[in-house]
Ligand binder design. Structure first.
Ligand code: GLN
Ligand code: ZN
Length: 742
């Protein structure tokens, strides 16, 4: 007996084969058969890897051509009505995902606290489900079987499906029964094929803390589904799900899969699990992070769990699908061995699972490799230890700083500016890549960048913007650029993880103590400032965003790592102001997405996230104006934290939601200055002068002109130059027209 299982494997492939195959197919370069062949090869390969690691029942239906929630919509007959005119099955599927000339694509949402984006079901109160379609699920199950694998079918469960749809209570209640009916039919079709088939229902929604009404729906759902199949488990992850477990142990399901990495509080359920007849899969290999498992410690945890639940009822597993980690370390020839030593990607995690399984289930002693430790940087540790409360507090209150800024910068009312980046054209990318590959010299690279900065500055002056930026041409990405220059970060060659559809990202690996060996932005900012008399905004990424968009070490609390990054950014802020750059933007684009899934953990996060922002910016003198930028507009529940960040100016995304969202700033008596985006940079559309004037007047209904800045929604890097020029020109013109009337 050696019971191990996974909830899914990265489907994009070792070399992102699925990405290539999909994109070729979308371009019309390859046939559907070629695409499905690639898919089938990938599935077989991934099942083989699982089997080689001793996993007897491999994950099936974790594969998807685009997204598992979308697949489920097809399976349940839950496709939105607006796509039902498309007869061809494949075209229908990809049009829902990507849109076409006549259909806008379906919306996406973050898959809980990961960077994977899933498609949002479009449901409404009178939604009518179509016929169920079990073809994909049964096909993949048979494919596994024909190749000698026993498959465990992975499906998103009804509570999570409804949760993702963002329906209100009324719609949820109206649709619950018909939805369950569809699940019933779908499971019926699966069981007809093989009545013993193992089915795992993914219900991460149960981990975010659910109310009694949802708990009662949960009970109804799994009373029914658990009766239908004798081999059905419910998987929760990313947090504990104790409330749900208390309900589920009294339903006829066979087992539960629980996250013991990110939901250690699941151990509170051990007693009731032990008393029940349920089988429990212990998710102990981290599916969300890239570090080696501390096998010795995991074995101890398992032995502790065994004091409650007998071995026969235990399986060892992953905390969540391995979808969220890169594929394999095999191709990382360039990684420093000390860093590589710390890592385990999906394939290596299978090996860890296998080793742990052997150690736990067999009675021999398995020698574990010793658990590696990241090197300690004493200087960083000492500096952190020596911080005092003043390091987190600006020397003067906002009112004093605001007077000083009015003196120093002498800006007109409603000052105009941008969020930082200007179009990243093919030329910009090419130059950066050539430099990275060593094809051009440092001198040539810097000269080319300077030319781009100079023309960007000249353009901004020509349209009479008040506060300028250098354009961020040197940055491939707002986190990677800083990570590459900081100690404690490493970059993989092939560490891709799926973000959505065929899109993958390669997050930095934050493995050790963070420090800044040299200034990171100073020279670019100084050069840009040398070209103009107008204020040049320095442009930095904040500690919380750097943290939230990296794979972060797990051997110390995230809060400590955040403070280390904050110190590095603080040094940069100080260098910039000493050199005369006294308007500095510290972007916290990912501040909100770092919020914990569970409400009860929020205040702890808010505390350290806030402190790390303050630590990075409070070094600013009275004369230095600190800006920040956040990529969203829902501030209602976090406004007090935003205010406490004490930025002199905050720019936010509001153009798509009008001035409604600005109300909160007024209602709470927010005093600092605000730059609500006046146009949407996510579309190439050029808003007219009149339209933006209207928008500014709307803003003025809420906040006084003395508190308002005028800027676009976000950075312009994804836009082309022609639309950028036109839109910014209109923005400045609109602002001037409004100023006349003040
Ligand atoms: N300064 C960054 C830019 O303009 C901010 C990007 C972001 O908020 N995502 O690109
Ligand atoms: Zn933004």
């Amino acid at each position: 007996m050696n019971q191990t299982a996974v909830l899914g494997f990265p489907r994009i492939g070792e070399k992102r084969e699925l990405k290539t195959a999909l994109e070729n197919y979308w371009k019309g370069n390859t046939s559907l058969n070629e695409l499905t062949d690639v898919a089938s090869e990938l599935r077989l390969k991934h099942w083989n890897l699982q089997r080689n690691a001793g996993i007897k029942t491999v994950a099936v239906n974790d594969f998807s051509f685009y997204d598992n929630t979308l697949d489920l919509m097809v399976a349940l007959g839950a496709q939105p009505e607006r796509f039902r005119d498309i007869a061809d099955e494949t075209q229908h599927y990809f049009t829902m995902a990507r849109g076409d000339e006549t259909h806008t694509a379906m919306e996406m949402t973050k898959w809980f606290n990961t960077n994977y984006h899933t498609i949002v079901p479009e449901l409404h109160k009178t939604f009518e489900f179509g016929a169920i379609n079990a073809k994909k699920i049964l096909g993949e199950f048979k494919e596994a079987k024909d190749n000698g694998f026993q498959g465990s079918i992975q499906l998103i469960g009804p509570i999570t499906f409804l949760g993702l749809s963002r329906c209100d209570k009324e719609v949820t209640l109206a649709l619950f029964d018909p939805l369950l009916g569809q699940y019933n039919k779908l499971l019926g079709a699966i069981i007809a094929l093989d009545k013993n088939v193992e089915i795992v229902m993914h219900e991460p929604s149960l981990s975010i803390g659910i109310d009694t009404q949802v708990l009662s729906l949960l009970k109804i759902a799994y009373e029914r589904l658990g009766t239908l199949s004798q081999n059905l488990s419910v998987a929760t992850y990313f947090e504990h799900s104790c409330e749900a477990t208390a309900v589920l142990v009294h339903t006829p399901i066979k087992g539960l899969v629980l996250d013991f990495v990110h939901g250690v509080k699941n151990s509170d359920s051990l007693e009731s699990l032990g008393k029940s007849d349920k089988h429990v899969t212990i998710g102990i290999i981290d599916g969300r992070n890239v570090w080696k498992n501390n096998l010795q410690q995991s074995l101890k945890t398992l032995e502790y769990i065994e004091t409650y639940i007998p071995k026969e009822r235990l399986t060892i597993g992953v905390s969540c699908s391995l979808l969220h980690v890169p594929y394999s370390l095999k191709h990382e020839e360039n990684l420093d061995t000390n860093v590589k030593e710390l890592l385990a990607f999906a394939q290596e995690k299978l090996d860890e699972l296998s080793l742990l399984g052997k150690a736990f289930f067999s009675h021999e002693t398995i020698p574990f490799p010793s658990h590696p430790k990241a090197a300690v940087d004493e200087a960083v540790q000492n500096r952190l230890g020596a911080l005092n409360p003043n390091d987190f507090k600006r020397s003067h209150p906002f009112s004093v700083r605001q007077m000083s800024a009015r003196d120093t910068f002498d800006l007109p009312p409603l000052p105009t500016t941008t969020i930082g980046s200007f179009p990243q054209t093919a030329e910009v990318r090419k130059v950066r890549q050539e430099f990275k590959k060593g094809l051009i010299s440092k001198e040539t690279y810097e000269e080319t960048m300077k030319k781009m900065i100079a023309s960007c500055v000249a353009f901004q002056e020509s349209i009479d913007l008040d506060v300028l930026v250098h354009g961020e041409f040197e940055r491939n990405d707002m986190v990677e650029y800083f990570g590459e220059q900081l100690n404690g970060f490493a970059f993989s060659q092939n560490g891709w993880v799926q973000s959505y559809g065929s899109r993958c990202v390669k997050p930095p690996l934050l493995y050790g103590d963070v420090s800044r060996p040299h200034p990171m932005t100073l020279n670019w900012s100084l050069y840009a400032q040398s070209l103009t008399d107008r204020p040049m905004k320095g442009m930095l990424t904040g500690p919380v965003t750097i943290l939230n968009w990296s794979f972060v070490r797990d051997d110390q609390p995230r809060s400590v790592t955040a403070m280390q990054i904050a110190l590095a950014i603080r040094d940069e802020v100080n260098d910039l102001q000493r050199a005369g750059i006294t308007m500095i933007q510290v972007d916290e684009a990912a501040f909100k997405e770092g919020y914990p899934l569970r409400r009860e953990n929020r205040s702890a996060y808010e505390k350290w996230a806030l402190e790390s922002f303050l630590l990075s910016t409070a070094v600013a003198d009275k004369e230095t104006q600190i800006h920040t930028h956040m990529c969203y507009s829902e501030f209602t529940d976090i406004i007090k934290t935003i205010e406490a960040m004490d930025a002199d100016v905050i720019s936010i995304e509001t153009s798509r939601s009008g001035n409604r969202l600005l109300q909160i700033f007024k209602e709470t008596g927010y005093t600092q200055e605000v730059g609500p985006g006046v146009y949407d940079i996510h579309s190439p559309r050029i808003p007219s002068v009149e339209e933006m004037e209207q928008q500014i007047y709307l803003l003025l209904e809420v906040l006084p002109s003395s508190q308002l800045w005028i800027n676009p929604d976000c950075g312009l890097k994804t836009r082309g130059w022609s639309e950028t020029e036109a839109a910014l020109r209109n923005m400045v013109e609109a602002t001037k027209a409004v100023r006349e009337t003040l």
